[in-house]
Design a protein around this ligand. Sequence first.
Ligand SMILES: Nc1ncnc2c1ncn2[C@@H]1O[C@H](COP(=O)(O)OP(=O)(O)OP(=O)(O)O)[C@@H](O)[C@H]1O
Ligand SMILES: [Mg+2]
Length: 253
Amino acid sequence: MNVLEFQKVSFRYAGENSDIIDHLNFSVEPGAFHCLIGVSGCGKSTIFRMINGLLKPNQGEILVNGVPIGAQKQYCGYMPQKDLLFPWRTVGENLALPLEIRGGLSKRERRERVEEALRDVGLEGCADKMPAELSGGMRQRAAFARTILTGSDLLLLDEPFSALDFLTRVSMQEWLHQQWRRSGRTILFITHDVEEALFLSTSVLAVTETPIRTLREIPVPLERERSRRDLTRPELIELRESMLDALKRQVRT
Ligand SMILES: Nc1ncnc2c1ncn2[C@@H]1O[C@H](COP(=O)(O)OP(=O)(O)OP(=O)(O)O)[C@@H](O)[C@H]1O
Ligand SMILES: [Mg+2]
């Protein structure tokens, strides 16, 4: 069964006079890692906000694990493009938030879960720090840990690494890919960085037209186990250039 399915989904922001998503169909298999690429403003974050239930489609249906999202709670973890951590809460209090919302755990149990998640992302002992005391890469990992604590197998990550310097970004990509390989979760990841998309994805989903009617699936010819050096293979360089060309053509029109 598909983890995620869009069935003829259309969306228009209130007050606008045209749809930005138009009868979109696509589906995602369990355990996939798809990067979503497309020019700025084409509607990528809008797609995530619909999956997450923050926005309702005007038409069509979105299913997660075969069930309409309107009938479910806590079916995905969402890391938004901005405002990752609340600056007035400690790192530990930030991470405890999805657990508080879900309820059913004592304060001590929440604390244990949070410490375990921090250990998983290499931030052991950071629970009592404020977000401002962490480096950019550490904050991203904390936000990612909070996303994981939603307990969902479907993760939506909206440009999580775009604000990081190159070296931190590269090491976060490797770290995330390893987390994904270990966990078997399904990840959708928005990026503008074609190399990042190729390194991370099982296949890339490219927006090639607006309004969005289809997502073009571009398989990445790499094993799950991979290294950045694989990106220097001739066929990967060729793929990167053709993806860049396709994106550039859209910017011009
Ligand atoms: N609340 C809103 N009301 C009206 N229009 C909106 C609203 N939010 C976004 N839009 C418009 O919808 C379009 C898609 O926005 P969206 O944020 O989904 O783009 P995006 O593909 O994520 O872009 P970027 O790559 O720059 O993040 C844009 O033209 C944007 O201006
Ligand atoms: Mg966006």
